[in-house]
Design a protein around this ligand. Structure first.
Ligand code: NAG
Ligand code: NAG
Ligand code: NAG
Ligand code: NAG
Length: 499
């Protein structure tokens, strides 16, 4: 995975954003590279990517529910290599979603240590497109374990989300992580619609394997490009529930963070963030505001726009724009003994996770890679080769959820420069919602965890102060408080508490 990302969508790299840094100082943040590539392609206008609004794919009715008896116990993970003792159950394995194509998605499931029978079921999805929820969500963000610098042993994440929910991580679509298809053309014709369809087929089959969760309150969460996956899966669930005249899946709400939701405001907001955080001169940003056209229909940009954007991007070359104040990874080597764990997120974590998940004993314990795939496990896919559709906006889906009484939360780590808080606020602004609870700080114990505003209808927006793109990596305590309030449907606290 190291080094330069030979991008799958390399043929799109011609346009104005071609100088966007794919990596900084040897640190490969693949989740975001994949996003850059796609966004660049979409801005190119004639890339062949369908940017129309998301719709449930034809034939989505035809998903099969396969017999699942006995598979749950087979998927139980006794112990992961190098893990500390824990008091919760974990499972991992494959769910076949298309027998004729030989397509199977890999999941990892961490139940809550206490009250697992009453706590909700929470699905977490990472973005990319093409990035793994095991790589980021489970092993670097909100999962129960994190990987030590030796690439062999694990330690507990004190702020794991399985304290407040039973958490399901899914590697999706096929071609991501351990998920695969025996029909390799599946890697060339994927996109938002197929991903939603496959995720839905996964869910109904998974619930058959874990029937005790069938009627459980269900929530979907995710970050970055999962700003597409999460609402599109939720929409697909509502579609099937309506057809069935009752809930097949008991979906209660969605929550997305630093999420791609509306291309035009997402892109402009990114540059405005650079300007407002003294990374790029105000003059350059004003040039871009004046001369660039980020609307979905734009097919070309003026010379002035290109010049200003090159200037802007040259200024942010040396920093990690996914957390603009964070240190970079300068030594990607594993250590013989685990480095001491510090409260600050280790910027080389990607390398530890890569080493750990590529170990044969780890894969065996996880019940992963049972077909002996011909390539390494990667945090972001090298096998997915084409992305055929990506809606220019998912805002109509957010409106649909509000009308259907789902809980809708949108959060933003405020030191992310890639899908920054300025983008998200501008995107929500286009919805012209009226305010229910005006902007105020929210607290975790005595500290300001971030700021929040609740809109009528209902939609909750919340920032997480001092967090980069992967919010639970950088501010785990604040992130846990945020998800706990989301799941319990309680407003974020306005005041500090004594403890
Ligand atoms: C894919 O092919 C392998 C090798 O033939 C087979 O063992 C496996 O079951 C297939 N996967 C699915 C999901 O059918
Ligand atoms: C990493 O390991 C390689 C190979 O052992 C070594 O040559 C290199 O100096 C190490 N890098 C650092 C920064 O220690
Ligand atoms: C699967 O296993 C094979 C052989 O054991 C290994 O070479 C390959 O890197 C693994 N691939 C993944 C995706 O885990
Ligand atoms: C990607 O998909 C689009 C739309 O189906 C198609 O026009 C294009 O040729 C594909 N590109 C590759 C490299 O397969």
């Amino acid at each position: 995975m190291r080094g330069n990302k030979a991008s799958c969508w390399v043929f799109f790299f011609l346009f104005i954003f071609s100088s966007f840094p794919a990596e900084s100082h040897g640190k490969t943040m693949k989740q975001i590279e994949a996003l850059d590539t796609l966004q660049k392609a979409k801005l190119h206008g004639n890339s062949g990517i369908d940017t129309n609004l998301f719709e449930v794919e034809n034939g989505a009715e035809n998903h099969k529910i396969h017999p699942q008896e006995g598979l749950k116990e087979k998927d139980r993970i006794d112990m992961l290599p190098g893990q500390p003792h824990v008091g919760f159950s974990q499972y991992g394995g494959y769910v076949t979603i298309d027998e004729s194509k030989g397509k199977a998605l890999y999941y990892y499931f961490a139940e809550a240590p206490f009250s697992k029978k009453s706590l909700p079921l929470l699905l977490w999805l990472n973005g990319g497109p093409g990035c793994s929820s095991l790589a980021y969500g489970a092993m670097q963000e909100l999962g129960p374990f994190r990987v030590h610098s030796d690439g062999k042993t694990l330690y507990r994440n004190r702020y794991a989300w399985n304290k407040v929910a039973n958490v399901l991580f899914l590697e999706s679509p096929a071609g991501v992580g351990f998920s695969y298809s025996n029909t390799t053309s599946d890697y060339r014709n994927g996109g938002d619609r197929k991903t939603a369809k496959d995720n839905y087929a996964f869910l109904v089959n998974w619930l058959e394997r874990f029937p005790e969760y069938k009627n459980r309150d269900f929530y979907i969460s995710g970050e970055s490009y999962a700003g597409h996956y999460v609402p599109q899966l939720a929409h697909t669930i509502l579609h099937h529930n309506k057809k069935a005249n009752g809930p097949i899946i008991n979906l209660k709400g969605i929550i997305i963070g630093n999420a791609v939701i509306n291309d035009e405001t997402d892109e402009l907001g990114m540059y405005q963030y650079f300007g407002s955080h003294a990374l790029v001169s105000e003059k350059t940003i004003r040039q871009m505001e004046k001369h660039c056209n980020f609307s979905p229909g734009a097919t070309s940009q003026s010379k002035e726009c290109r010049k200003a954007s090159e200037e802007a991007l040259s200024n942010i070359d040396g920093i990690d724009i996914y957390n603009i104040y964070a240190p970079l990874c300068f030594n990607t080597n594993l250590t013989v003994r685990p480095k001491k764990v510090t409260p600050e997120f280790d910027p080389c974590s990607d390398y530890y996770v890569y080493a750990y998940l590529n170990k044969a004993d780890v894969q065996k314990a996880l019940h992963a890679n049972v077909t002996k795939l011909k390539y390494d496990w990667e945090p972001c896919s090298d096998v997915i080769q084409n992305w055929t559709d990506s809606a220019s906006t998912i805002i109509p889906l957010l409106r649909e959820f509000m009308e259907n009484g789902l809980r809708v939360w949108v959060f933003s780590g405020d030191t992310d420069g890639r899908v920054p808080v300025t983008s998200t606020m501008a995107s929500i602004d286009t919805m012209k919602l009226s305010v229910k609870t005006p902007w105020h700080p929210w607290f975790v114990a005595k500290e300001v965890g971030g700021y929040t505003e609740v809109y009528k209808g209902d939609l909750t927006f919340a920032t997480v102060r001092g967090a980069g793109h992967q919010v639970p990596s950088f501010r785990p305590k604040r992130a846990l408080s945020l998800i706990a309030h989301f799941l319990s449907g309680t407003p974020l606290p306005r005041r500090s508490s004594k403890h």
